[in-house]
Every structure is written in C-alpha cells, then in structure tokens.
Design a protein. Structure first.
Length: 219
C-alpha cells in the first residue's frame, strides 16, 4: 500500500467527522480557552479568547484530541473533550427559562391588552345601551309625530265636512228666512183683504140697517 493511499484512508474518519458534525458546542460550566495552536503552552500569546458553555462553534478540523473551530471571525484550537455535538442541558435550560420569561412577559402584555379590550367592550356596551335608549325615545317621538299628523289630517277632513255642513245649513236657513218673509208678506196681504172685506160688510150692514130703520119710521 502506498503512502498516498494510507494517508487517504487515515483521513477518511476525519472527513466523516467534519461532515457529520459541522457544529459543536462548548460543554464545561467554566469558560474554555481557544488557542492559536493545538497544544497547551504557558505563552499568553497562544491564548486567543475564552468561550462560555453553550457557545456554538463551526468545526474546521480535528487532530490529536484537538478540534480546530471557528467562532464568528476568529479561528483557533480547542480540546475536543470540552466540545459536544449536542446543546448542553444547562444551556437548554437557560434558553427555556429565557423563552419562558419571554412567554410570561408576552402573556402579561396580552393580559393587559385583554383588560384594555374588556374595558373598551364595557364602554361600548354602555354606549350601546345609551344609544338604544335614545333610539327608543326617537321611535316614540316618531310615532307621536305620525299620530299627530294622522290626527291633524282627520281634523282637517272633519273641518272640511263641518264647513260644508255649515254652508249647507246657512243656505237652508237663508232659504227658510226668504220663505218666511214671503209668507209674512202674503199673510199681511191676506189680513189686509180680510180687514177690507170686514169693513165693507160692516159698512153694508150699517147701511142696510139704517135704511130699514128709516122705513119703519115712515110706517
């Protein structure tokens, strides 16, 4: 087996790990150092930065218990046993707590909104009640106006009928008065004729009686 084939076979697991686990997380409860080289040195320049538990890292390579990772724009080496492909339980718990707190805050805000909405609904119900009363009053006034208008039309009709009756009675009374005047004139003429006849007969009776008296005196 050639050296080239041996190196290819040796790097197959490394490639599989890199492809299978593209990201890892810091596991320890204390911050873990990222170093510029895959070895522990007392040289402070070898220390790049300290990463907290749960920090998400991109895997670039692995070598001799070390893993080359990338965090934001920084690249360095970290001890592999302090890395895991699963999010640490403590980090998950903290995330859940933050999410729970966020949900509680959202719930509290929603409850406040609900209270405001309930107050608005209560105010709207009051306004609706007032409007219902006003509508009832307006309906009553409308009915009163309609009844008054209907009564006024009836009164106007009755008034026209009474005026027609009054005109008819006035005409009849005028005719009656005219007839009475005619009758009175006729009665006066009749009484005048009767009186004249009575006077005439009285004169004739007196004349005849006077003539008879004179004749008796002669005999």
């Amino acid at each position: 087996m050639t050296l080239k084939n041996t190196l290819f076979i040796a790097f197959l697991p490394l490639s599989a790990i890199v492809c299978a686990e593209s990201f890892v997380y810091v596991t320890d409860i204390v911050p873990i150092p990222m170093r510029s080289e895959n070895k522990i040195q007392n040289d402070p320049s070898n220390l790049i930065k300290m990463l907290d538990s749960g920090t998400k890292l991109e895997i670039l390579a692995t070598e001799n218990g070390w893993t080359k990772v990338k965090f934001e724009n920084t690249t360095g080496w970290m001890i592999s046993r302090y890395l895991t492909s699963n999010i640490p339980a403590r980090v998950q718990l903290e995330r859940l707590k933050r999410r729970s707190n966020s949900n509680q805050l959202s719930l509290s805000k929603q409850n406040e909104k609900n209270l405001i909405l309930e107050d608005n609904v209560s105010e709207l119900k009051k306004e609706n009640s007032v409007l219902s009363i006003q509508v009832g009053k307006l309906e009553s006034e409308k009915k009163h106006i309609q009844d008054t208008y209907r009564d006024s039309l009836k009164l106007e009709h009755d008034n026209k009928s009474l005026r027609a009756q009054a005109l008819q009675l006035t005409t009849e009374l005028q005719l009656s008065q005219n007839n009475s005047t005619i009758n009175q004139d006729s009665s006066a003429r009749n009484w005048f004729i009767v009186g004249a006849l009575v006077l005439f007969f009285g004169f004739m009776m007196g004349f005849v009686f006077h003539k008879r008296t004179n004749n008796n005196r002669r005999f």
